[in-house]
Design a protein around this ligand. Structure first.
Ligand code: ZN
Length: 253
């Protein structure tokens, strides 16, 4: 209670400061979505970016010094997801770790008979439950500038954070506002997940990235990327999937 009062008070102070012109220039240069928003939506996004930049711990890794350009570019893409959500600032994400490029992640698993299996994998990003979001700056920037058609690393990682808002489990279902949407969501997501698995195995050329066949959580994150990056194609080729995502995000990208 006290914390939320303190937070609200701090946010009011933050938002009393005008949005810096050089940050607006970063949005124009690095975040293609920004130029497509209405004037009201831009103002809304700018306010969310101000809070997001100020409230997160930003840490550079492997020699990165985190600049305002990096913070604003990453924050704007994350906040784009929740533009229509009231008072949503990803409070569960305390830190953003920024690597220069793809990084090696160590994945430690305890296998049968207590054997520790250590995998090293090249990753572009990671999202942890109540932990940091880790991104490669090279890919966060390319996503913001839409240099990788249909792909967006920051949207992907923060979709996982939305997924985890109803518990640790990544299951491809974020908190949904109504039972009706939850029922449609379960039905449509399952059918579309199976359709993508079929298309990817039969060498058809799916609109969604085949990484979405990994599991239902990755499917939701990949579908979110496509919803914001290729909305027209998604709406014509997967109208039901487009519709449930539109109902959840309350946006027409
Ligand atoms: Zn993922």
């Amino acid at each position: 209670m006290l914390l939320s009062w303190w937070k609200r008070c701090r946010r009011r102070k933050l938002l009393a400061v005008p949005f810096p012109d050089d940050w607006r220039e970063v949005l124009r240069q690095n975040v293609v979505h920004y130029s497509r928003l209405t004037a009201d939506q831009r103002r809304n996004l700018e306010r969310r970016v101000q809070v997001f930049v100020a409230e997160k711990n930003w840490e550079g890794c492997n020699g990165v010094t985190v600049t305002d350009e990096m913070k604003v570019t990453i924050a704007a893409q994350a906040c784009l997801l929740v533009l229509a959500f009231e008072d949503e600032h990803f409070d569960n994400v305390l830190s953003i770790l920024v690597y220069p490029t793809a990084f090696l992640a160590k994945d430690v698993q305890i296998g049968r008979a207590g054997v520790v299996i250590q995998n090293q994998q090249v990753r572009l990003g990671e999202a942890w439950y109540r932990g940091p979001v880790i991104v490669s700056w090279e890919d966060a920037l390319a996503g913001g500038r839409q240099q990788q058609p249909g792909r967006n690393l920051v949207l992907h990682e923060f979709a996982h954070q939305l997924d985890m808002q109803n518990g640790r489990e990544l299951d491809g279902t974020p908190p949904l506002p109504s039972g009706d949407l939850a029922a449609r969501w379960a039905d449509v997501m399952e059918r579309e997940f199976q359709r993508l698995r079929h298309d990817c195995h039969s060498y058809a050329r799916p609109l969604l990235d085949c990484y979405g066949t990994t599991n239902r959580a990755e499917f939701f994150a990949v579908a979110t990327e496509t919803f914001f990056e290729s909305p027209a194609a998604l709406s014509s080729r997967h109208p039901e999937l487009y519709e449930v995502l539109r109902a959840y995000y309350q946006q027409e990208p």
